[in-house]
Design a protein around this ligand. Structure first.
Ligand SMILES: *Cc1c(COP(=O)(O)O)cnc(C)c1O
Length: 462
């Protein structure tokens, strides 16, 4: 009986999933209704039980008008990846297996798959073999853990025991590039650390080494975290790590790299020069749900010094320590006790792509972004502000007002999805190519859609 219920509910989900995925090639990408409409259609709590499959049918039917086509090859909004088939299917199994991926003795299979995936990621990205890897919900939590590891280690070196709390602790200084993302700034707040002092960056958002040197020289000996980034959300470019990290280390600072987008360049022989020296850092963040196209949610935190990592997030206590075999436990590396085995889809996508497939994935995104920017640059009135080195392009039109209208017209038509943003004091149309499926055809269709929006806005402005 219960088996049968699983069968009909999962079969219904399977049908709806394939319908949704199939619709991504042709559908209008923005949602057709807002959340209030969906809430209205979902609002009634029935008095009694309902068949699980019927619930799934109802859910799919009611949700569909309010979904965004994020998985489409013509979705370029924010920085959002699609879902590779192997990763998505593995994610279904993770839910069906329902393992609490905390301790290796109780869930040895998920521990082994995640540890294997972690080793593969270190290998692909050229990061130190002995570094520890935690599978967090995303780059924000990964940044948080990296910053916690930094905080704990800097305070330990200063002779402060964190079990006493932060009140009265030696003050930690934080330096970041002028274009630091909101995510590490939030992580600093969670960690009770000050907002970063901003170090000058160039037009590609790359921190200027002489400016870092000068900033560090103002407070010699103070415990300091230097936040760098691989893959700026507007330029796609990365900090010059090979110059910056030795400077930071000469001053005793801990270097954390937010590589949510850009760390994957290290896997590509054609792109890796853009992140040269990134392996010298002390901790790194990257996302799996962006470039790697694992379904939400999954981000990775990587720490060179495993001891500092575990000191930041591991739990201790009688019934847990019984399971401790001397190796770290999967839940030692993220601030969660119970969690899904979100590293398993990472194993699946890497296994399915293979080494060359990862290179092709990353290279293809960069190639499509360059072509997209080139095609849009040829539209009268459009200017690409950045040097498109990776997946990101930021475009302006004659005025901020025109750019705003172009973005609105693009979303209104719905053939493609692109975000508005603000960069270098201008309103920009921002593009991120982060989907494994974005094809040459998607790119040409998208250039045509932007041209239509520009024509429409031009006609309206007169
Ligand atoms: C997306 C992004 C983040 C935040 O990642 P989440 O996975 O959404 O938490 C942090 N930093 C950069 C550079 C990003 O692009």
């Amino acid at each position: 009986m219960s088996d049968f219920r699983y069968q009909t509910a999962l079969a219904a989900a399977h049908v709806h999933a394939l319908e949704w995925l199939g619709s991504l090639h042709t559908r209008t990408l923005p949602p057709r209704v807002d959340d209030a409409v969906i809430a209205g259609s979902l609002g009634e709590l029935p008095d009694g039980p309902e068949d699980a499959a019927a619930t799934i049918d109802l859910l799919a039917e009611r949700m569909e008008p309010g979904l965004t086509g994020i998985g489409s090859g013509r979705f370029f909004g924010f920085v959002m990846g699609g879902a590779h088939p192997a990763a998505l299917a593995a994610d279904w199994l993770v839910s069906a297996w329902d393992q609490n991926a905390a301790m290796r003795a109780t869930t040895p299979a998920t521990a082994a798959a995640e540890e294997t995936a972690g080793r593969w990621v270190l290998d692909l990205l050229g990061l130190p073999r002995g570094a520890s890897v935690g599978f967090a919900t995303g780059a924000t939590m990964a940044n948080f853990v990296g910053i916690l590891a930094a905080r704990g280690e800097l305070l330990r070196r200063a002779g402060w025991d964190l079990d006493r709390g932060m009140v009265g602790a030696p003050p930690i200084r934080v330096l970041a590039g002028a274009q630091v993302h909101l995510s590490p700034e939030a992580a600093l707040r969670y960690a009770g650390l000050p907002q970063p002092e901003l170090v000058a960056a160039d037009r590609q958002s790359r921190m200027i080494p002489a400016a870092l040197e000068a900033a560090l020289a103002t407070a010699p000996g103070q415990p300091t975290i230097v936040l760098l980034q691989a893959g700026d959300i507007h330029s796609g470019d990365s900090d010059p790590f090979a110059e910056l990290i030795p400077i930071a280390h000469r001053h005793g600072a801990w270097v954390h790299v937010d590589g949510a987008i850009g760390l994957w360049q290290a896997a590509s022989p054609a792109l890796r020069h853009l992140v040269a020296g990134v392996e010298l850092a002390d901790s790194w963040t990257t996302d799996a749900h962006k470039t790697l196209n694992v379904p939400y949610d999954c981000g990775l935190v990587i720490v060179r010094d495993e001891r500092a990592h575990r000191a930041a997030t591991a739990m201790h206590g009688p019934y847990i320590d019984d399971f401790n075999d001397g190796h770290g436990q999967p839940f030692d590396y993220v601030p969660e006790m119970s969690r899904r085995a979100r590293g398993v889809p990472v194993w699946a996508v890497l296994r399915s792509l293979g080494r060359q497939g990862v290179v092709d994935l990353v290279d293809r995104m960069a190639l499509r972004a360059r072509r997209l920017a080139e095609g849009i640059a040829a539209i009268p009135g459009a200017t690409v502000l950045n040097n498109v080195v990776f997946t990101q392009a930021s475009i302006v039109f004659e005025s901020d007002e025109t750019t705003r209208r172009v973005v609105a017209a693009i979303l209104d038509e719905g053939e493609v999805w692109m975000s508005g943003s603000e960069w270098q004091g201008r309103i920009v149309l921002r593009i991120s190519v982060s989907n494994w499926q974005t094809s040459e055809d998607d790119v040409e269709r998208s250039i045509a859609a932007v041209a239509r929006a520009v024509a429409l806005v031009g006609a309206g402005v007169g």
